[in-house]
Design a protein around this ligand. Structure first.
Ligand code: ARG
Length: 414
């Protein structure tokens, strides 16, 4: 009998999928669930898989690997998709794909099925990653081809086949959640003019209802990765979990974004990612202190490239190795401490220090301690401004209300 691995979340789609795949392909269905910190969804997932007809149900805690090997590289790169989205969903897909491949090989399965729709980014991320890691494996996306046209039809199929369906009322939103952040779409959110209702948010309080006193967090970075909070060394999972709690309680980390999907459409999604927002903010502030000006500028370009690469599902590509080499080099000096103030949904810088600080008080000060060579500025300005001066000698009057002397001379009859 053919063996098939399903990327299983325990939700309605992937539950129906287990049965549907078994019937359609007459195959043994094995489920694999990667734990990226989607705590609420994972309870009883294994029992549910068996109850749904899986012959084997794998579950693996991937949180540490997720943060250290996937998320932190994007943090070091400063990669935010379209300048906003910290990509919790996007960066989880390559790791889940890698895990599916691992299970498929272990189980000697020839096919991997996933529950992504035919109009999203996730199908691309999954399938490109699997093709990169295991070109011999086939991918199927039942949602692109099966007969069900609505949730009701899926529920009817589930009932008919004795698949357990949660009796709870359907959440009006489509939610994807992991330790790096939550993505929420559908329902009333499909109208970009509608402000997200209070019930759309899952883990942050309304900034207006956040405490009237700010919270301070002191984050230590080592080579660009966060390693301690308030002087206490923490694992990546502890540190991110703690910042999610503190940030969420102060209403930090909400985003509302109309974004460009890889499949050509614009979609509106809201995100909640307190730890991601705080860490990106703090990391950037530390870089302002320790990075050379030109490195900083180049890195900002690279950050966009990095974000596009991750969003577009190209994690397992030579571009990532090349960009990571650049980013790693820059992070050698991103070691230090940043104090961030969290207040009513906002983050503010409250202090920063580093052994690699390029801030030189004796150069910056306006007091008698000043060592800056003021006289040298005169010659510097002469040379620096020379091209501008030369231009205006030729284009006298250009850009002002006066006449353009060069143009007048050129037009004069010889
Ligand atoms: N737009 C985000 C991305 O492409 C999240 C997709 C999943 N969103 C969801 N609400 N299920 O990475």
């Amino acid at each position: 009998m053919e063996k098939l691995v399903v990327a299983y979340s325990g939700g309605l789609d992937t539950s129906v999928m287990v049965k549907w795949l078994h019937e359609k392909f007459n195959a043994e269905v094995i489920t694999a669930t990667g734990d990226l910190g989607q705590a609420r969804e994972l309870e009883g997932v294994q029992a549910k898989a068996y109850a749904t007809g899986a012959v084997k149900a794998h579950v693996k805690d991937l949180k540490k690997e997720f943060l250290e090997d996937y998320v932190f590289p994007t943090l070091k790169a400063g990669a935010l998709y379209e300048g906003v989205y910290p990509m919790a969903t996007s960066i989880g897909r390559p790791l889940l794909a890698k895990y599916m491949v691992e299970v498929a090989r272990q189980e000697k399965a020839s096919v991997i099925a996933h529950g992504c729709t035919g109009k999203g980014n996730d199908q691309v991320r999954f399938e490109v990653s699997i093709a990169a890691l295991a070109p011999e494996l086939r991918c199927i996306a039942p949602l692109r081809e099966w007969e069900f046209r609505s949730r009701e039809e899926e529920i009817a199929y589930a009932r008919k086949h004795g698949i357990p369906v949660a009796a709870t009322a359907k959440n009006p939103y489509s939610i994807d959640e992991n330790i790096w952040g939550t993505a929420i779409e559908c329902g009333v959110l499909e109208d970009p003019m509608v402000e997200p209702p209070a019930d759309a948010y899952q883990l942050t309080v309304d900034p207006a209802l956040a405490p009237d006193a700010p919270a301070y967090v002191e984050i230590e970075f080592l080579d660009g990765a966060p390693v301690a909070l308030g002087g206490t060394p923490l694992s990546a999972v502890e540190l991110v979990g703690m910042l999610n709690r503190i940030g969420g309680a102060h209403g930090v980390g909400r985003m509302d974004l109309v974004e460009n999907r890889l499949v050509g459409i614009k979609s509106r999604e809201i995100y909640e990612a307190p730890a991601a927002v705080i860490l990106h903010f703090a990391h950037t502030e530390l870089e302002r202190l320790t990075l050379d000006k030109r490195v900083m500028n180049m890195k900002a370009h690279m950050a966009n490239e990095y974000a596009d690469m991750v969003y577009n599902g190209l994690w397992f590509s030579p571009l990532r190795n090349a960009l990571d080499a650049f980013v790693s080099e820059t992070q050698k000096s991103v070691t230090g401490t940043v104090r961030v103030k969290l207040f009513k949904g906002g983050t503010a810088i409250a202090g920063r220090k580093s052994v690699y600080s390029l801030y030189n008080a004796r150069l910056a000060t306006y007091t008698a301690e000043d060592t800056f060579d003021h006289g040298a500025s005169e010659g510097f300005i002469k040379i620096f401004g020379l091209p501008v001066k030369t231009y205006h000698q030729v284009h006298a009057g250009a850009g002002t209300n006066g006449e353009d002397v060069a143009k007048k001379a050129a037009l004069e009859p010889r």
